[in-house]
Design a protein. Structure first.
Length: 129
């Protein structure tokens, strides 16, 4: 897999991938649960939905809503083995290694953190006098 920065730059150029954004409800959930908990959820989703050599319902196993990680998985093309293969050349029909799973989780979390930063309200600036 390429670097996180390179992957995020490429994803931003895709009209479909760039159309995903955290919702207000997602942001509230992340603030309530914390990034460590959300990371654990991402690790679990990647392990159960992507890591098997032939995931159940591959191509349809990740909803587009219901959890901020689901939205991030689609935004980062980490939603199914087909997208992983297309975007990152991750072979299909082979179980993901722990290192591959960690890289995927790191990419998902980087996207989430970038979304949180970009959706922070700008500090009110007052003119100098």
């Amino acid at each position: 897999m390429q670097s996180i920065e390179t992957a995020l730059e490429k994803l931003e150029k895709s009209r479909f991938r760039a159309s995903f954004h955290l919702t207000r409800k997602d942001i509230e959930y992340i603030k309530e649960k914390g990034l460590d908990t959300v990371r654990r959820h991402a690790e679990d989703f990647v392990k159960t939905k992507l890591a098997p050599a032939q995931p159940l319902n591959d191509g349809k196993q990740t909803p587009t809503h219901g959890h901020p990680v689901f939205r991030a998985m689609h935004a980062t093309a980490c939603c199914c083995r087909g997208c992983l293969n297309k975007w990152y050349k991750v072979p299909k029909n082979r179980e993901l290694t722990p290192a591959q799973q960690e890289k995927i989780v790191n990419l998902i979390m980087a996207w989430i953190e970038k979304q949180l930063i970009s959706q922070q309200p700008a500090e009110r600036q007052t003119p100098c006098g």
